[in-house]
Design a protein around this ligand. Sequence first.
Ligand code: HEM
Length: 500
Amino acid sequence: MILYFLLSLLVGFIVYLTWRTYTYWEDKGIPYDKPHLPFGSLESLAKQERSFGMAIYDLYEKYQTRFVGIYLCFRPAILIRDAQLCKDILTKDFASFHDRGVYVDEKNDPFSANLFTCEGQNWKSLRNKLTPSFSSGKLKLMFPIILETSKKMKTYLLDNLQDKNHIFDIKDINNRYAIDIVASVIFGVEVDSFKDPDNMFRQATININSKSIIGNIRAASSFLCPGLAKLFTTLRIPDKMTNFIKKMVKDVVEYREKNNYVRKDLMQMLIQLRNSGTINADDNNWAVQNVPENLKSMSLDKISGQGFIFFVAGFDTTSSLASFCIYELAQNPDIMQEVVKEIDEVLKNYNGEITYEAISDMKFLEKCVMETLRKFPFPLLNRMCTVDYKVPESSFTIKKGTPIIISIMGLHRDPEYFPDPLKFDPNRDLNTPAYMPFGDGPRNCIAYRLGKVSAKVSIVTMLSQFKIECIEKKEIEIDNHSVPLVPKGGVNVRFSRKGS
Ligand code: HEM
């Protein structure tokens, strides 16, 4: 009897909590998305019909107001739809929105405390220290690593181009290319995913973008329920992966510190930071003054965490950019012709060599890349409101602790900002607050130059060597898993040798 009583009390309490949560936005009197138990506004994600990014895009499309209350399962959040308001939140009013509000537990899980997840002063200080690592001067010095990888990719394409015409999944090829660059530039480890596709880095990326239900839950849970990720280790990055990264970083760091070995890569800068507390802004000074363990400013776990986030944030974004760009060019032969003409002419000025300067001279390629990022961006941004914020030109105040979601995909495909949004038009005016492929404000992408240059080198390598055509006139279909845009069935195009 008592058990029944307690049980009905518990059920009553849960029903009350659910009702309170799901009336949060109604009570605030703002437009809101009617929630469905238990996934709130994300039923299509739970049913595996849409990826997280696309489920948020659907919400953007469904409404017309400047902002709308949504439910990330049981978490009330605000989806901002107005481009200027998005920009204000990311830039001018950053002081009220400096955190992402995703899972981080510096004390018990230092590996989780990376640049993407860190909050407040910790983030600010880390960002200041890491910023010199991605200057254009440093990038220039890393360029030979990118070029070397592009040569491996070219050899792979030539070796596998058996027939006159061959269909390649360029997403798979660009994944291998980007993994090798990021492994080399960030961890200082040379891998060849073209010759050894089963290497641990590639395995790790397959796990990250896995189609499994747990993979999907893991990808979204950091946004949906960061508190739960603190409690349930299954929602965090799998141990197999973190142990692999930690062991590799430990080996690389210890070897370099012991032998005074210098390599011009990001790991070298992290070692500088660990030993001296700063990264040398002088592009020619990569040396490290080794200090005893108790004087080091960063633990090996924390260094591993930074390396890991650069790897995760860098490989798919770079490979998607190169692949989607080639796909759109193949779909639009006139634009393809113009960009190939430019590549051929510029390379002639550099004796056929792909150099950092040659890439910078390709102005039309730059437009094609920026238009690709408009049509196929990283789909969403998130922030946490850290100080109550009165929305300009409205009587509504966003309360401290409310998650903020911005659908970059929604803004970039909104005909109000970009007329005929599915049209790939490199000459389109992108100078609007709605365009934010690398986010915006102090917390924008720290390594966008590296991502862009690497993608451009891949595109130039492919287009200078091969004729690339589409198989059929068709929009890319976005798959139903993962956070970034995953093309369903890959990105397939037809390759043939030039002149054949
Ligand atoms: C074309 C390629 C890339 C695109 C489209 C891209 C896009 C983005 C976006 C949209 C954000 C969120 C910005 C915000 O919240 O305002 C971001 C953040 C970030 N990206 Fe990238 N990214 C690219 C390449 C890279 C690469 C190559 C790396 C590292 C090697 C990287 C590392 C990061 C990191 C660490 C952050 C978090 C910054 C912070 O919170 O301070 N990204 N990126």
